[in-house]
Design a protein around this ligand. Structure first.
Ligand code: FHN
Length: 457
């Protein structure tokens, strides 16, 4: 071999070894087709019901600090009471949730009929529930607990076939390159003139590598759920870049719309425009109607707070929660229902009870919720509709006193029965072309929601 060939071969081998010869082309996922998006989001569309977990150091004060009880939500206590960072840091040595059992949490979600879990990896206080390399403000280094909560949850989810996703707050009251410079008036982000000049460094050298850790060290992560995107430091350009950055790491990842700046308040849907993000995020509310063509997930609390507050006993009933789930499914959305565990690692008993009741209802009636399409007609006064293949499901909330249920704009039905009836006894009905009149049993088999199956041949 002549020396020139040898030198060429050496250069080629070095390039191959360094991986420089084939840099992976970066895909622009913002140009994805509707079909591609549909396929990527199929599991999420079918899942319909997930568990939101807000857990962090704010569970230690649990809504009360130095004798003062906050009025607002528990996880905002640092901001609500203007707690200086050094004082807030004192909650970390007190955070030792020895009763935390990831298998138990996943089993509570599973028995409730939930198909996925989204947990706060880092909320606005910046505290990280995982073993991150990029700050000591984390569960391993700042607390006596020293267990990677996200890892344990990821393992438990994998065992049970539950999808896992991570909530990640862009706003960060602890990081010096983010909102910590406004301490203890973290709220100064409200003033759009007030930005941290180092915020771009926070995005590039902190957020991005942390997100990569979350996507590469915790198994098959289904969703990244951003929040705190409203701060003026964060731009749409940053959001679009992060969206692409994450999908280039994990192409099938699903990302909420709070990765960009399109969200319009708590209604949660994007303004007109070209924003990154796969689904809208109505917060503490359910849209009045379905929104054909748009994907969304309502996140709801069971009481009034997200993070644990020891004196918030304003629990919604399980009937309300089950009907919320049906209402959401009938409008084409998902429900992400929150629990706020205690500082010991316990999901509060009132939440567990409600989830159990929801699971019992879904065990019988799940076919009318999972994988369904939204209602084909306007919502009836007595309840809701969902659809799957050749079946329409009528969810009856208000049982008619005379047993006659009027189904307007529904026709072409060949059979009807109560979904919970294993014998499928046929119900009699009349179809006049403009609607169906259905004769129901005298008493509601389920006063929360009885599902009637209306089948077409
Ligand atoms: O400020 C947060 C709040 O603490 C909570 O995490 C909810 C959940 O959607 N989101 C925020 C406000 O939009």
């Amino acid at each position: 071999m002549n020396p020139k060939t040898i030198i060429t071969l050496v250069i080629i081998s070095l390039l191959l070894m360094s991986g420089c010869s084939h840099p992976r082309p970066q895909v622009n996922y913002l140009n994805e087709s509707e079909e591609e998006k549909k396929a990527r989001m199929a599991w999420w569309d079918d899942a319909k019901f997930g568990m939101f977990i807000h857990w962090g150091l704010y569970a230690v004060p649990a809504g009360e600090y130095k004798g003062e009880k906050i009025e607002g939500i528990g996880e905002w206590i640092m901001n609500s009471l203007r707690i200086p960072i050094s004082e807030y840091e004192e909650f970390a040595p007190q955070f030792n949730p020895v009763k935390f059992d990831a298998d138990e949490w996943v089993s509570i979600a599973k028995q409730a009929g939930m198909n996925y879990i989204i947990i706060t990896s880092k909320h606005h206080d910046g505290f990280c529930l995982w073993d991150t390399e990029y700050t000591d403000w984390n569960i391993m280094e700042a607390t006596p607990f020293r267990r990677d909560i996200l890892k344990e949850l990821a393992d438990a989810c994998e065992k049970e076939g539950i999808k896992l996703g991570f909530y990640y707050s862009i706003m960060d009251w602890h990081h010096p390159d983010a909102q910590a410079i406004f301490e203890p008036e973290y709220n100064q982000w409200r003033d759009s003139e007030n930005v941290n000049p180092n915020f771009p460094r926070y995005v590039d050298e902190f957020m991005k590598p942390q997100l990569k850790e979350l996507l590469t060290g915790y198994g098959d992560i289904g969703v990244l759920w951003f929040d705190g995107e409203w701060i003026p430091d964060y731009t749409s350009e940053m959001g679009r870049d992060i969206y692409n950055y994450l999908r280039n790491i994990k192409p099938d990842l699903i990302i909420n719309n709070r990765v960009d700046k399109g969200r319009q308040g708590m209604e949660g849907m994007d303004a007109e425009g070209d924003f990154a993000g796969d689904f809208g995020t109505p917060e503490k509310q359910i849209p009045a109607t379905g929104m054909p063509g748009l994907k969304w997930e309502s996140c709801l609390t069971m009481n009034d707070t997200w993070g644990y507050k020891h004196f918030d006993h304003n629990w919604k009933s399980s009937t309300t929660l089950i009907r919320n789930l049906i209402d959401i499914a009938s409008k084409g959305g998902n429900l992400l229902l929150n629990v706020g565990p205690t500082a010991e690692g316990i999901i509060p008993e009132p939440s567990v009870e409600r989830l159990k009741t929801m699971g019992e209802w879904l065990n019988v009636n799940g076919e009318s919720v999972y994988g369904v399409d939204p209602s084909p007609v306007d919502r009836p006064d007595w309840g809701r509709y969902t659809v799957r293949d050749n079946r329409i499901f009528a969810h009856v909330f208000d049982w008619p006193a005379d047993g006659k249920l009027s189904l307007q704009d529904i026709n072409g039905i060949d059979r009807a029965w109560v979904l919970s009836d294993p014998g499928r006894s046929s119900l009699t009905f009349e179809d006049n072309g403009a609607g169906v009149s259905l004769q129901l049993p005298a008493n509601a088999p389920d006063t929360v929601a009885t599902v009637i199956v209306l089948e077409k041949n």
